[in-house]
Design a protein around this ligand. Structure first.
Ligand SMILES: Cc1cc2nc3c(=O)[nH]c(=O)nc-3n(C[C@H](O)[C@H](O)[C@H](O)COP(=O)(O)O)c2cc1C
Length: 359
């Protein structure tokens, strides 16, 4: 009895991810989740060149900076890649125009519910439109509004997070949104998990944390070291000290900056109680605490007070590796899981038929 071959296992993974691959125009339905400051020309091109789908993080870039970044990425890869735009950006419509002018094939609208106008404009430019769905109702609405694909991102992810875990979101959305390909993100660090979501109906997966330590990532060596040392339990959501002053949860590795954030909230709330600042000013002060902190950590290597945004899968990052190797390893792990399972079921069948020597 011969088991499943490596080739057959890889073909099975390709078949499971066929819709996602065809939407993105790639060999492997693995998206490199856009990470502000990290997902720039070098990492994005490396992911696309390795057969995945790189996504540029626009973050707070101006339209001119985004244009330059897109052109620099195009100079490094002839393969498709996308651009992630934050919907709260004050120049959102101009950024969409830049994507159109520079012939970006895919725009990912992130950071909130995408405005209809923005969605329509992306579609009018003939680009593939992908948006994040944090719940089933919203997923259905986005489909009605014309998205070509969805990303569901669970609370295990790095950066800004919702409150629902990836596994629950996947169960809620994958069986109920058959209209468009859905990509699963948050907490994925190995191929077995990728395979599991594909078998649940996902068309592909998006990983962020796992790509931070790619050789091609320009993240500062100290930032990468923090990821290599970090355990899953170190990647915690930001703490809110008073429900009257909401804090958008951000998952990051614990450091001195997190402690200072708690102290800063207590201090400004005390000043508000004393009547020295009004509620709006106090809230703004809290929101501005982290301004520039991700750049300080990623680019300058300030891992003490900068923002070390990371997902729980940081515990599965154990060294610096070329991007192509990260992708190949994920695919090998998924294939190995399929082969092992096939072997185990062949043994079961043989057992049932009385073909094994066991009692
Ligand atoms: C350092 C960092 C920065 C991020 N910045 C963004 C961003 O600018 N826009 C966005 O949509 N998602 C952002 N994310 C989320 C990723 O795109 C991705 O969805 C997430 O990392 C997936 O979960 P994982 O980290 O468990 O792989 C960021 C994540 C990290 C770790």
């Amino acid at each position: 009895m011969t088991g499943m071959t490596q080739d057959a296992a890889r073909r099975r993974i390709q078949a499971l991810s066929a819709r996602g691959r065809s939407l993105l125009g790639v060999e492997h339905a693995i998206l490199g989740g856009a990470m502000t400051w990290v997902s720039e020309r070098s990492l994005v091109a490396a992911i696309s060149n390795a057969g995945g789908f790189g996504v540029l993080a626009c973050g707070s870039m101006t339209p001119d900076l985004l244009r330059a970044e897109i052109r620099a990425t195009q100079a490094r890869t002839a393969k498709p890649f996308g651009v992630n735009l934050i919907v709260m950006h004050s120049a959102l419509m101009d950024l969409i125009e830049v994507c159109g002018e520079e012939k970006v094939g895919c725009v990912v609208l992130a950071g909130g519910i995408p405005p209809r106008l923005a969605m329509r404009r992306v579609k009018a430019l003939d680009a593939t439109l992908i948006a994040f769905a944090p719940a089933l109702g919203l997923a259905r609405k986005l489909v009605r509004d014309g998205v070509d694909g969805l990303i569901i991102e669970g609370a295990e992810a790095g950066g800004h997070i919702g409150s629902v875990s990836t596994s629950v979101l996947a169960q809620e959305i994958l069986p109920n949104v058959p209209e468009v390909p859905v990509f699963v993100a948050g907490g994925i660090g190995r191929g077995e998990a990728m395979l599991a979501y594909l078998e649940m109906g996902a068309s592909g997966c998006q990983l962020g944390t796992k790509f931070v330590c790619a050789t091609e990532s320009i993240a500062h060596p100290a930032f990468k070291q923090a990821f290599i040392r970090g355990a899953a339990r170190d990647a915690m959501p930001s703490v809110q000290v008073d429900p009257r002053f909401p804090v958008i949860p951000v998952r990051a590795l614990q450091n001195e900056g997190q402690k200072r954030f708690i102290e800063a909230q207590h201090a400004v709330i005390a000043r508000w109680r004393a009547g020295e600042v009004d509620q709006k000013a106090a809230q703004l002060e809290i929101e501005h605490f982290w301004a520039g902190a991700l750049r300080r950590a990623v680019i300058d290597g300030d891992v003490e007070t900068g923002s070390l945004m990371a997902g729980q899968s940081v515990g599965l990052v154990d060294g610096e590796q070329p991007t192509a190797q990260i992708i190949e390893t994920l695919l090998d792990q998924a294939a190995a899981a399929l082969i092992q399972r096939d072997g185990a079921s062949a043994m079961d069948i043989a057992g049932d038929l009385g073909m094994t020597g066991g009692a």
